[in-house]
Ligand binder design. Structure first.
Ligand SMILES: NC(=O)c1ccc[n+]([C@@H]2O[C@H](COP(=O)([O-])OP(=O)(O)OC[C@H]3O[C@@H](n4cnc5c(N)ncnc54)[C@H](OP(=O)(O)O)[C@@H]3O)[C@@H](O)[C@H]2O)c1
Length: 406
């Protein structure tokens, strides 16, 4: 990107639960204007002013744009080098913004985990973003940075230390603690509603290679784990991981976008560890019940209405205490190209969805605005768009650790 613009970054959605955390992080880390020119964006000036009083100061500018008003979106994107958006559900509010960013020739990052919408954006805009060099990067939060950057890191380590690639990687969630926001629950409901109504959406969600172009949807991976099984890699009972249907597709898209740098026979899957023996198995079975209920609740049904009452409404989310005390610990069981085993770990220091995701998203935005990156444009994944530069930022600033042993 060549333009000089008024701002490096606009955080759009700064009045929402996660956008507020992103703004708070940026202000604490980079001040109002210490080498980074950034602004808070939203649709409601009064709300934005209130949040700015709480998390920053008057030196941070405010920008108004509404997702339904294309002119306001274009006016906003023309003022900045990068848009960092937490306005979701993205399928509802995000499409015009992606188009505007490509039109204005700037970079973009978000926290989207809505695979059906990412698929739509890829089909509509990948080629034009590729031509003009705009990096449009979805999934810059817990889904899917730890998985996507974890696999990228492993491949770099395997190459550097052994001169070969990892052929098979099994990611296992060993420990996790956090909560959910109303915005995330609304986004999950949006995906499920669309999948129940539209067979094509259902097909995209259930296709392991659903984020690759039609003629590149091949490989040995099967659909994500749906039941509790004994896992030889971790020597434990494992069950479904709710983010796997997003993460695994993002990792496979990274392989495709990087000209199959992980190999055409690369295999990747994810699961949650529940423990050994009888109790591990029972724990796994009990843990799958809520996931099963959420997934099967039909839009408009009594079950769905009942579930809605149990979750926060948009704008609300976990307490500060819950976010501070949260964490995650992901293990990667690796089979290298020559058959040898290796092991890697990725950890995060706050709750995955908000404390950690807000830092990952903010650092992605700074990386897109400030770092020297490959000129590749398109609808990209975090690892393909930002690679080593993002890895350094995640370790240095965002509380993530990456380790590799063979
Ligand atoms: N991938 C991950 O790991 C991850 C983690 C966290 C969140 N997320 C995703 O991030 C998104 C936001 O979650 P959240 O909990 O922060 O949601 P939220 O609290 O409901 O915030 C949504 C924001 O969107 C704004 N907004 C709504 N409609 C708008 C419109 N028409 N034009 C402009 N702005 C509009 C809201 O503005 P007002 O304040 O004016 O209403 C608010 O600022 C969700 O899609 C969620 O799934 C993903």
């Amino acid at each position: 990107m060549t333009q000089s613009r008024e701002f490096d970054i606009i955080i759009w959605g700064a009045s929402g639960f996660t956008g507020r955390l992103v703004a708070l992080y940026l202000f604490n880390k980079y001040g109002a204007n210490r080498g980074l020119k950034w602004a808070m964006g939203g649709r409601n000036l009064t709300k934005l002013e209130k949040v700015r009083n709480e998390v920053a100061n008057k030196n941070v500018s405010l920008v108004i744009a509404d997702s339904n008003d294309k002119v306001s979106l274009l006016n906003m994107v023309n003022r900045t080098k990068v848009i960092c958006t937490t306005v979701g559900p993205y399928a509802k509010y995000g499409s015009n913004l992606v188009e505007a960013c490509i039109e204005s020739n700037i970079h973009y990052c978000d926290l989207a985990g809505e695979v059906q919408w990412m698929y739509k954006m890829i089909n509509l805009h990948h080629e034009s973003a590729k031509i003009n060099g705009s990096k449009i990067v979805h999934a810059c939060g817990f889904d899917s940075i730890p998985s996507d950057m974890g696999v990228y890191f492993i491949q770099r380590q395997a190459k550097a230390k052994r001169g070969i690639i990892a052929q098979k990687i099994k990611m296992r969630v060993a420990a996790i603690s956090g909560g959910i926001s109303g915005g995330t629950y609304a986004s999950l409901s949006q995906v499920l509603e669309e999948a129940q109504k539209d067979k094509i959406v259902y097909k995209v969600l259930t296709n392991p290679y659903g984020l690759n172009p039609i003629n590149e949807q091949f490989g040995e991976d099967k659909s994500d784990l749906k039941s509790v099984v004994f896992d030889k890699a971790s020597q434990s009972w494992i069950g479904p991981f709710i983010m796997a249907s997003i993460n695994t597709k993002v990792v496979r898209r990274s392989n495709f976008l990087s000209s199959y740098s992980y190999g055409k026979s690369f295999r990747y899957d994810e699961g949650t560890i529940f423990g050994k023996g009888f109790f591990g198995r029972i724990k796994g079975m009990l843990s799958t019940i809520p996931i099963g209920l959420i997934m099967s609740a039909k839009h408009g049904s009594l079950l769905k209405k009942g579930l809605d009452l149990l979750f926060p409404i948009p704008g609300e989310g976990p307490t500060n205490n819950k976010m501070e005390k949260g964490f995650y610990n992901l293990r990667f069981y690796i089979t290298l190209e020559d058959g040898a085993n290796a092991f890697a770990k990725v950890t995060g220091d706050m709750d995955p969805g908000y404390g950690s995701s807000s830092k990952m998203l903010a650092e992605s935005a700074v990386c897109l605005a400030k770092d020297k990156l490959p000129s590749t444009g398109g609808i990209l994944t975090p690892s393909v768009a930002m690679g080593d530069s993002l890895l350094i930022r995640l370790k240095k600033n965002a509380g993530l650790t990456f380790s590799f042993k063979y």
